[in-house]
Write a protein that binds this ligand. Structure first.
Ligand code: HEM
Length: 292
């Protein structure tokens, strides 16, 4: 005979199964994102590190508008870009549960450095956009500036909850901070995904770096970040443990992983490797894509 307990058990098991799939999706996401962000970090460190150490700042003009490399401006730009390495390399380290458990002191120190760096990099970025201008259109400028405001505010809230030892809130805000800090990376990876699947620029002008595709991309990566919506769905799914919602969230994360994977491949092959090859004379042959 079927008892109420028997009816409940399969539902509980289904929920457990769905939660496991969600955790698995999030873990694969973090692994793929870590690889892609560290590749970006290695590029920044090697390209800007080498040219800074050798005083060869003119090479920056191959990537950045000339006006960013004029006079003392390179100090602000250099601070912005070289400190970005801490964010790109350090961000994933903060999210690895085993590292947090095994090395809590390291986690706390890296957290303080990460938050301070995120604020400095964002302020330098705002100065660059609003006093030096940039390629791209006003929507992109406003969108990335909104992102800078998210970064600064989320950084302060994350630290506040850590100090108050409110760890559930701290974890949620740290995840949100990580997502907005990586907006510039999502933008690059999203753009390169688009270029790979379309076989070239579609929906924007690569000379002026303007067009509907870039407007939409800047809104969904910076001003109204899809990554933040995904974090909210993930946190909600973890809290509510509703089978269908957990599976739906996991499916969206898997789709995101595929897009990210293609974008990381495109960015490494089309942006970072060719630029590194130009300063290290590694190899020729890959077309370089200019990115504002
Ligand atoms: C917080 C995370 C950020 C990181 C990791 C980061 C990283 C970088 C890197 C590596 C570059 C050099 C371009 C390249 O070689 O691909 C760059 C350029 C630039 N960044 Fe950032 N950035 C961040 C946030 C911001 C923000 C919030 C703003 C604006 C408010 C900004 C504005 C700029 C500008 C104007 C450039 C010059 C190139 C251009 O015109 O787009 N960045 N950033």
């Amino acid at each position: 005979m079927t008892t109420p307990t028997n009816l409940l058990l399969p539902e509980k098991e289904k929920t457990l199964y769905a939660t496991r799939i969600l955790t698995f999706a999030a873990t694969v996401w973090l692994v793929v994102a870590t690889v892609g962000q560290w590749l970006f970090g290695i590029y920044i460190l090697l390209f800007y590190g080498k040219t800074t150490v050798t005083g060869n700042f003119d090479r920056w003009k191959e990537v950045l508008p000339d006006r960013y490399v004029e006079g003392t401006w390179k100090v602000v730009v250099g601070i912005h870009i070289l400190l970005a390495v801490i964010l790109v390399i350090g961000g994933p380290l903060q999210l690895i549960p085993a590292l947090r458990r095994q090395f809590p002191v390291f986690h706390r120190w890296l957290g303080r450095v990460y938050v301070a760096t995120a604020i400095v990099v964002s302020i330098a970025g705002l100065m660059m956009i609003w006093t030096r201008g940039s390629l791209a259109d006003p929507t992109q400028h406003i969108s990335i500036s909104i992102q800078a405001i998210y970064i600064i505010s989320f950084a302060l809230v994350t630290i506040h909850h850590a100090k108050a030892r409110q760890f559930a809130e701290h974890r949620a805000w740290a995840l949100r901070l990580y997502m907005v800090v990586n907006g510039v990376w999502f933008f690059r990876v999203g753009l390169m995904f688009w270029l790979v699947v379309n076989g070239g620029p579609v929906g924007f002008n690569p000379e002026t770096f303007t067009g509907p595709f870039l407007t939409i991309l800047s809104i969904v990566t910076y001003a109204v970040p899809l990554s933040l919506i995904m974090v909210e769905m993930y946190l909600y799914a973890q809290k509510k443990q509703h089978t269908a919602f957990s599976l739906f969230t996991a499916a969206l994360i898997f789709l995101w992983i595929i897009i990210m994977g293609i974008g990381i491949f495109g960015a490494t092959r089309g942006l970072w490797l060719p630029r590194l090859s130009s300063v290290f004379a590694l190899y020729d042959g890959l077309p370089q894509i200019e990115l504002a």
